[in-house]
Structures are given as structure tokens and as C-alpha cells.
Design a protein around this ligand. Sequence first.
Ligand SMILES: Nc1ncnc2c1ncn2[C@@H]1O[C@H](COP(=O)(O)OP(=O)(O)OP(=O)(O)O)[C@@H](O)[C@H]1O
Ligand SMILES: [Mg+2]
Length: 455
Amino acid sequence: MKSLKILIVDDDKLVSWSLSRDLEKEGVDASVVTSGRQAIKSIQETSPDIVLLDLKLPDIDGLEVLKKIRDSLPQTIVIMMTAYATVETAVQAVKLGATDFIKKPFSFEELKVILNRALKSHRLSQEVAELRQNLKQKYGFSNIIGESKCMQEVFALIRKIAQSDATTVLITGESGTGKDLVAKAIHYESQRSQYPFMALNCGSLPDTLLESELFGYEKGAFTDAKTTKKGLLELANNGTIFLDEIGDASLNFQVKLLRFLEDRTFKRIGGTRDIEVNVRVVAATNKNLEELVKEGKFREDLYYRLKVIPVVLPPLRERPEDIKALVHHFIDQFNKEFKKHVRGISREALAILESYHWPGNVRELRNVLERVMILENTDIIQPEHLPLEITLQDNLQPNEPVVRLEGTVALKDIEKSIIEQALKRTKGNQSRAAQLLRISRHALRYKMKKYRLLN
Ligand SMILES: Nc1ncnc2c1ncn2[C@@H]1O[C@H](COP(=O)(O)OP(=O)(O)OP(=O)(O)O)[C@@H](O)[C@H]1O
Ligand SMILES: [Mg+2]
């Protein structure tokens, strides 16, 4: 208990002085006040770690003082002392935020037990708060990078979702566009963040296992069910369940899921009792669910139930504006991870990344940078550091001809068509198209004039 600051608030001078002497012997910095008013003043001035507060004071009621402490210094441990301990006052004190209470008269040993218990739980709750803060930093919105207009729209939408009590969200987007990231951010930025985030990958387990993971089972439900086990839905109560790869769920599992989504209750496998939970269901898929519905592989009713609030993550090739910020984000990240000192990327290298079509989206970009930063010892990332399949674009094999000659064809038509494709891929950005074709912007303009590609 050394180096703790404790304030004793009691008008019974005998009690308070003997207490403070005992505490000082333990190395505690103890001080005494004898009225509610003095207590409030002293607490504001000295911010003690612990307040030992008598319930009955000559001026202000102890419970009032407690309320004031809670408003101004919520972290303080408050232990109520009372000679008139009734269950009601104790309950009321705890409701108002007292950490514990002790009945007078008490021995110093008894008080020490209570103080140690309070300190322990206080430290634990501080640790939990810290961990929670770390989680939020790790998984919050600030980790999702995107400056393009379409990503800004996504941010606005997921902010609204996080703050709302929308209970069903469907995230779609190609592989590597950030669906996991968004699902976690929705959870960790919401009121639900004190409760668990549980994830289930619907594509990776056989049906029976999926069901027992999600709904849990009763003892004896099947041969291996030696004890009752809660499922993820119960464990995630008040929090979020993330159903990843929902497009891969079997029709049979889809039925069970739909039943749960309809009335938010379920039974454990082998159980008879309906269990009600409050969980937000965030589902994600890189499949086209509408197509799957047409093919009869995904239930239409489940699709509509999930799609109440759709979040669509655009592929990276549709937002090359985001690449610069993403590259810097990953450079920072890998500098820390690999203890490197890469300062940035050259304009030419960035232009190449910006014009690549990124079939693996942000994940692929991240992997490219990881590889470069592990393999190359460089200050600034240059085109020659980038993997060949990216500099050559479209995964051309090194010996494969860029254009294949079939029949007869006019060379000028090939040139014109290639220029058109470059402009299309760069959305008309002539500088980028020129970089892509490895010619100067001036030369590009000249050729565009020649082929009447200028408006
Ligand atoms: N906007 C972004 N900002 C920062 N990092 C991102 C962003 N989008 C994706 N990433 C990173 O890219 C990688 C892939 O993202 P994630 O796992 O969320 O993709 P996904 O859409 O769930 O893919 P899959 O369909 O394959 O499951 C992760 O390392 C993630 O941190
Ligand atoms: Mg994913």
C-alpha cells in the first residue's frame, strides 16, 4: 500500500486519527477531514487514490459526497464506512459507484483486506480499460486508409452503422478489399466494444461443426458432448458476431441462420430452451450473392434479411487515388515491424502502382510492399524494386510477346489501340498514361493528335 494517497472523511475524530496513524505506519500518505464540504474541497485539491468516506457526516450526506467524487474523479476508489449499515444503504452506495463498504466498528486488519481487494479490482479494471483502448487503436477507423470519394462514403456509412443499433450488416467486396478490417472497426467503434467480437468463417467448417460453434450444445446432444458448451452467439451477447464467407454457407446452415435472424432466439443443439441474445450480425462475402441466389445456391429470403444495410467495398483498381496513402501507411507499418528506415517512394514507382489493376486488392499491395521492404535495402522505393509482374503489368510472362501477330494488321492500329487502353485504364490521366507507356507526356500528346484521340 506504499505511496498511496488516502483521504479519511469522518467526523468521529478518534476513529479518523487512529486510522490515519495505522495507515501511515503502512507507508500510506493519509490525511483526515471531518466534514463533507472539507472532503469535496480536499478531493479536488489533492486527487487521492482512495477515499474512506463515512456515510453520516455533520453537513452533507455521505452519498452526496460520493456522487460528487464520481462526477469529478471517476477513477477514485471510494470505500463507505457506516455504523448503520443496512442492505439498502449499501446497495444504494454501490449503485452510486462506491467501490465497497465496511461496517463500523472494524479492525484495521479488516480494513486492510477490503483495501487490498479494492486495489486489486481497480488495477484490473484499469488494465481492461487500457487493453480496450489498445484494441480500439488497433482496429478502429483510423486504421482504414482511403482518401478517394468512394472510400469517404464508406467511412461515413460505417460510422453511422457503428453508432446506430442496426443489428444486421452485410459487407461485400472482392478479396482483399478490407472486409475484415471494416467488420472489426464497426465493432470496436461502437457501444458494443466492451462486449466480445466473435468471428465464424462459414466456408471453413463442415455443417455440424459450424452449427455447434454458433449455437453451442447441451451435454449428451451427441457422443462427444460430454459437457454443455455455449456457442459463439451466446458468448458474443451484447457484442458482435462476424459471419465471414457467408456466400460459402450451405443451404442447410442458411436455414438455421435465417431462423435465428428472424426472431433472435435459438436453441443449443440437443436443447429445448429458447435462448435470446442481443448481438449485431455482420456478414461478409467476396462472392456475388445475387448471382448465387439466381443459381439457387443462396436463399433469397436470407439474402434480403442480411442486406438491410449493405456496405460495398470498391476494388482498389477503381480508386487509384488511395494508393499513395496506402503505400505510406504500409511503409510506416513495415518500418516499425522490420526496423527499417524507408522514407518513401519515387514518383515513377508510385505511378506504376497506381496503374496496375490489383486483382488481389489492398492485400496484394500490402504484400508487394512487405516483399520490397524485406528484400531491398533502399531509402526510396524505385521502379526497379517492384516485382516484375507489376512493372510488366497484366502478368505477362517475360518471353511472351506484348502483342500477338495474327493475320495482317496495321502497326498504327495497334499503337492507337494501346494508347486508348492506357487512357482508359488511367481514366484519361495523360501523365499517368504516358508513364504506363514509358513515353513522355509530350510524345503521348503528339500521338493522340495523330490518331485523333484528343477532344
Ligand atoms: N483501406 C485499408 N486500409 C489499410 N489496410 C487495409 C485496407 N483494406 C485492406 N487492408 C489490409 O489488407 C489486408 C486484407 O484485408 P482484409 O483481410 O480485411 O480483406 P477481406 O476483404 O476480408 O479479404 P477476403 O475476402 O480475402 O477475406 C489486411 O492486411 C488489411 O489490413
Ligand atoms: Mg476476409
